[in-house]
Design a protein around this ligand. Structure first.
Ligand code: PLP
Length: 407
């Protein structure tokens, strides 16, 4: 029942949660979110401290175990993703580490797309292999490969959509079906789409992973991450691990990302619009071979993307330059990137400033040639994380740079 003082939030959309959810009332009546920079909490009595440490009573004890500003971020992000709970982590990668530590044990099997984020492939395929977890990497877009990879020990299917850098889109509902028939979980890395475009649990995913470093912060300031899932998974599976392992989000970073969520809706819509305009323009350029962007009709999963992502393509696109071989492609990409003045050469994404990168030598540089080929990351490929600049200014910059780099 709604009281006159507490609004009924059940019908709220993500943008409304982004402004108001996760603000515990304090004695001061502050209108902006409070920042609690404290590592410890003074306990009212030894008995209360004992009860809190035993988990028998609510209350903060030590910021590795919980902090009010971090809780605000967790509540707000969970509401936006439509999950019961969330747990914040120090980086996006540590959210994936926490998920794998919580869900997997020696002998378990994971199915992942070839085109996952480079560090995700390393973490699951190499680091977790040391502990006896095996992984099968399959096509991002061919659902039958995911179904065929299922083993009796399969515990987790993990997808990222759209992917970095080629923006391949996978069918979340189809993967959820395969996972659940196999008695496994489906996790989706929702870094590129954010809950503004896509809420994976609405399509059947069990866990959503986030790099808060990207669009959730939105202005390239802090590292952050989170897992969004059921109350049961968060409190019984992930919380005990983070309590011991300590990949906790700092309160300051939580506060920055919490404030970032407030403008996520308006940023995602504006940056998606800018990316579409830039992608359409790039398609008309002579030096450009191919443009990869889910918002383009020419994208192989365009219809699925529009259905799954609320009609928006997201703000990351990639394009390849025409070249006769890999060596020439790399030289042209490097020269073009070096000639850009407005678009910044920076491997981050999700900033309001447009950032460009050469995936083959940076984010995907540690992969083997075979892994890189499977991910489709060629040497002439340039990734653009489109920001909020005036689009003709960006077009002028890229056109000038291509004229120099592809001469
Ligand atoms: C950046 C990124 C990550 C890792 O996040 P960090 O905050 O850098 O640790 C994971 N997945 C995707 C898709 C990313 O782009």
């Amino acid at each position: 029942m709604s009281s006159p003082h507490l609004p009924d939030t059940s019908s709220w959309h993500a943008e409304t949660h982004a402004q108001h959810t996760g603000m515990p009332p304090s004695q001061y009546g502050e209108n902006a979110e409070a920042l609690f920079l404290t590592s410890g909490y003074v306990q009212p009595s030894a008995e209360v401290a004992a009860a809190r440490f035993a988990g028998e009573e609510e209350g903060y004890t030590y910021s590795r175990l919980g902090n009010p500003t971090v809780s605000s971020f967790e509540q707000r992000l969970a509401a936006m993703e439509g999950t019961q709970a969330a747990i914040a982590t120090s980086t996006g990668m540590s959210s994936i580490l926490l998920m794998c530590m919580g869900l997997l044990k020696s002998g378990d099997h994971v199915i992942c797309s070839h085109s996952m984020f480079g560090s995700t492939i390393k973490l699951i395929g190499t680091e977790f292999a040391k502990f006896g977890v095996t992984t099968t990497f399959v096509s991002q877009t061919d659902v039958s490969q995911w179904a065929a990879a299922v083993q009796p020990t399969t515990k987790l299917l993990f997808a990222e959509t759209p992917t970095n850098p080629l923006t391949d889109v996978c069918d979340i509902a189809a993967l959820a079906d395969i996972a659940h028939k196999a008695g496994a979980w489906l996790a989706v890395d929702n870094c590129f789409a954010t809950p503004i475009l896509q809420r994976p649990v609405e399509f059947g995913a069990d866990i959503v992973t986030h790099s808060g470093t990207k669009y959730l912060d939105g202005q390239g300031r802090v590292m952050a991450g989170a897992l969004c899932a059921s109350e049961e998974l968060v409190s019984e599976v992930f919380s005990p691990v983070i309590r011991s392992a300590g990949m906790t989000l700092s309160p300051f970073n939580a506060w920055v990302v919490l404030k970032g969520l407030e403008t996520l809706g308006i940023r995602m819509r504006a940056q998606s619009g800018n990316a579409l305009a830039l992608a359409q323009w790039l398609q008309t350029q002579d030096a450009v071979d191919q443009v990869f962007f889910p918002g383009l009709d020419s994208h192989p999963q365009h219809e699925l993307a529009m259905r799954q992502q609320g009609g928006l393509g997201g703000a990351v696109l990639s394009f390849s330059l025409k070249a006769n071989n890999a060596q020439e492609g790399r030289a042209k990409a490097f020269a073009t990137l070096n000639a850009m003045q407005l678009a910044k050469l920076c491997t981050n994404l999700g900033d309001t400033k447009t950032l460009v990168a050469h995936p083959a030598s940076t984010s995907h540089g540690r992969l083997s040639d075979a892994q890189r080929a499977n991910a489709g990351v060629g040497q002439s490929l340039i990734r653009v994380a489109v920001g909020l600049e005036h689009i003709p200014d960006l077009q002028n910059d890229i056109q000038r740079a291509m004229a120099i780099g592809c001469a």
